[in-house]
Design a protein around this ligand. Structure first.
Ligand SMILES: N[C@@H](CCC(=O)N[C@@H](CS)C(=O)NCC(=O)O)C(=O)O
Length: 223
């Protein structure tokens, strides 16, 4: 691969965390440039690096990539985690987009004031909409698509761990997903990523929320 992979985002999970997960599983080294104040964001804007004035931004192969899903698909394609043909790829993308939709519900929690109804909604969507799909898909197969590790598997581990942080017993009724998670977390790259001191980010705290608001000049409630 030509040159370093550089991630531009906050020092926190947000939309970049799935990209960190995927690079880790692909065993790709990456460097992180954290946005800590508005000036750093304006610099990226002024140099024309942000197509839609948004991060995540990933520098890879001489490209400046934005849009989380496009970035994930590029990395998955490049590192052979995106199926063997268009039919596998579309399944992987369907799973991936469902998981991203669900993780985004969790991602916004630190920015909302009344979290209880949001948490209740996340739990019921997990139990009734998202997890049943993966429980069924994993009846028998070791991986979600094509008998081979893919982006969909990586996002499912990330998502289930996020859910368990909020609802420790959430996988009780989903034994196939729980054993899948167990298998995946034994993979050396994932196991290292889950150790303290890795590039995995902790759950967002007040400092993270404050930085995001300052960088984007958000004064009132989050839009
Ligand atoms: N569809 C984009 C959305 C990116 C996005 O909303 N990024 C936020 C930070 S997590 C941002 O840059 N917000 C500033 C803005 O929209 O002005 C993606 O998935 O990457």
């Amino acid at each position: 691969m030509s040159g370093k992979v550089i991630l531009h985002y906050f020092n926190g999970r947000g939309k970049m965390e799935s990209i960190r997960w995927l690079l880790t599983v692909a065993e790709v080294e990456f460097e992180e440039h954290y946005l800590t104040n508005r000036e750093e964001y304006l610099k990226l804007l002024n140099e024309g690096s942000l197509m839609f004035q948004q991060v995540p931004l990933v520098e890879i192969d001489g490209l400046k990539l934005v849009q989380t899903k496009a970035i994930l698909y590029y990395i998955a394609e490049k590192f052979n985690l995106h199926g063997k043909d268009i039919k596998e790829r579309v399944m992987i993308n369907m799973y991936a987009e469902g998981l991203i939709d669900h993780m985004e519900m969790i991602m916004v929690l630190p920015f909302v004031t009344d979290t209880k109804p949001k948490l209740d909604n996340i739990r019921s969507k997990a139990e009734e909409r998202y997890l049943p799909v993966f429980e069924k898909a994993l009846t028998g197969p070791v991986y979600l698509v094509g008998g081979k590790l893919s982006l969909a598997d990586v996002l499912l581990v990330e998502c289930t761990l996020m859910l368990e942080e909020k609802f420790p017993d959430i996988l009780k009724e989903f034994p196939n997903i729980k054993s899948f998670q167990g298998r995946m977390t034994l993979k050396p790259a994932i196991s290292r990523f889950l150790q303290p001191g890795s590039k995995r980010k902790p759950q967002p705290d007040e400092g993270y929320v404050k930085t995001v608001k300052e960088v984007f000049n958000i004064t009132g409630p989050f839009p």
